[in-house]
Design a protein around this ligand. Structure first.
Ligand code: ADP
Length: 456
């Protein structure tokens, strides 16, 4: 029951109550009606018997019986008996073979021939010394049967009525709950596409709309507010990064100039070099933040061209090798270039993607480590892999490494901002591709991505 939708639950609930109320109403109605039917049969029988005396005449020892006496009106049979129970005139219904004793003015119910009968006797004094009895007989079973037809009709109608109530009720509930369905759908879409511009789009106002519609409207206006706040925040990040870029460039330029003087003391030189390194890192971080703020605002330019991803990867690998040489780190990078790995992609973005994966592999490798870079065509995609035998990633950190600013273990490396992998994912997905990772803590990691050859 708890897994059923609200529509179904409500429909079952009121159909159940509807069945109970209707059953109770029908029971009361039937029991009242059945009593009513029987008492009306009795009254008719009594009246007919009392009136029948008008059809009986007794003149000079002879009975003159009117034809009306013999007619079976309203299913009532009339007959006349003398005081000794001797049948004189009239009609007895077929199937009523019993001949019960006379009982003046008493309504009796007698079963005979598989049927129930009402028998009513009434004495009638024809002269000073003679009395006859008029007997009226009518079938109770016939009267009950005609009532049973009504009951049967009601019993057929009842399930139809219940079904109709359930269907109509279901449709009404469905309609009433439609805004809830739309709300759920909208929230899902917002979550999946990270798009706050979605709205439920049901108009209701406090006078016309029901409570759920008003809730949907309130929800939409809350989304309006949220979207404005997020836009403001994105704009703020973008503005701050822009503003900070100028002073950082000035610091870098000044560092360059100071270093080029040549007459700096060793200690001062080291200090300026440190300032320059930190300023470069800050410039790099600002560039990444600007990248994401442009991406979030849909302003990150993407110009796809038919480019050789193999060639770009080769260049990125060579660049990393030079950096390694310069830094004196003992790490080997292996790449077996394959010709003609063309795809429709943005060159700058792809350089960032492969560059981030390579610099991560170097950053999290150990001395004497090995990095393997593989790029190949698989179906209608170019699939790449950067594999290292470095420090690896803990299982619990795996789902979070793609989040912005997330760093699994910041103490392991001073460098890095926690933005590299989110950028890799964003770039791959913007191209209609994907990115994922596998890692064994302490043994190494493998990062894979796919870029469709042609725009989907
Ligand atoms: P960072 O700038 O810290 O490298 P990333 O977004 O590139 O940020 O990576 C997020 C985190 O994922 C890193 O802080 C690191 O803990 C982990 N990580 C990324 N690449 C590797 C790798 N090749 N080996 C081990 N850990 C990695």
């Amino acid at each position: 029951m708890s897994r059923m939708s609200l529509k179904i639950k409500l429909t079952i609930l009121y159909t159940f109550f509807m069945v109970i109320v209707t059953c109770a109403a029908l029971l009361i109605l039937f029991s009242l009606s059945s009593r009513e039917v029987l008492s009306s049969v009795q009254t008719k029988l009594e009246n007919r018997v009392q009136k029948s005396v008008e059809d009986i005449d007794y003149k000079e020892g002879e009975f003159v019986i009117d034809n009306d006496f013999y007619s079976v009106f309203r299913d009532i049979y009339l007959s006349i008996y003398d005081e000794n129970m001797y049948f004189m005139f009239g009609k007895i219904p077929h199937g009523f073979d019993e001949n019960p004793g006379l009982s003046d003015g008493e309504m009796r119910r007698i079963t005979d021939g598989g049927k129930d009968w009402y028998v009513y006797d009434m004495s009638f004094r024809i002269d000073a010394s003679n009395t006859v009895y008029v007997r009226g007989i009518t079938s109770v079973t016939d009267a009950e049967e005609s009532f049973a037809v009504t009951v049967r009709f009601a019993l057929i109608l009842f399930p139809i009525l219940v079904l109709a109530t359930a269907i109509i009720g279901y449709r009404i509930t469905r309609r009433a709950l439609m805004p809830v369905r739309k709300m759920t759908q909208t929230v899902k879409e917002i979550r999946e596409d990270a798009d706050l511009s979605r709205r439920i789009g049901i108009n209701g106002n406090e006078k016309e709309g029901d409570e759920i519609r008003i809730l949907a409207e309130t929800f939409d206006s809350m989304l309006d507010e949220l979207e404005k706040v997020f836009e403001r925040e994105k704009q703020f990040t973008s503005d701050v990064s822009h503003e900070l870029r100028t002073p950082v460039s000035v610091i870098l330029a000044q560092c360059g100039e100071t270093l080029s003087c040549g007459n700096l003391a060793e200690k001062d030189r080291d200090a300026v070099l440190l300032i320059r390194r930190k300023a470069e890192e800050t410039a790099d971080l600002l560039a990444q933040i600007l990248f994401f703020s442009r991406a979030d605002q849909g302003r990150q330019p993407i110009s796809k061209e038919w480019i050789n991803l193999g060639e770009i990867t080769e260049m990125a690998v060579e660049e990393q090798k030079l950096l390694l040489e310069a830094s004196g780190k003992d790490i080997d990078i292996f790449y077996d270039p394959k010709p003609e790995l063309y795809a429709e992609a943005d060159e700058t973005l792809f350089i960032r993607l492969i560059g981030n994966l390579l610099s991560n592999a170097v950053r999290y490798s150990r001395t004497g480590g090995r990095i393997d870079v593989i790029l190949k065509k698989s179906g209608d995609e170019i699939v790449g892999e950067v594999r290292d035998n470095g420090i690896g990633i803990r299982k619990k950190d795996m789902p979070k490494i793609w989040e912005r600013f997330y760093r699994a273990d910041p103490s392991r490396s001073e460098e890095g901002s926690g933005l590299g992998l989110s950028m890799v994912k964003w770039i791959a997905e913007t191209h209609g591709g994907w990115a994922d990772a596998e890692s064994v803590f302490g043994e190494g990691s493998s990062f894979r991505f796919g870029i469709p050859v042609k725009k989907k």
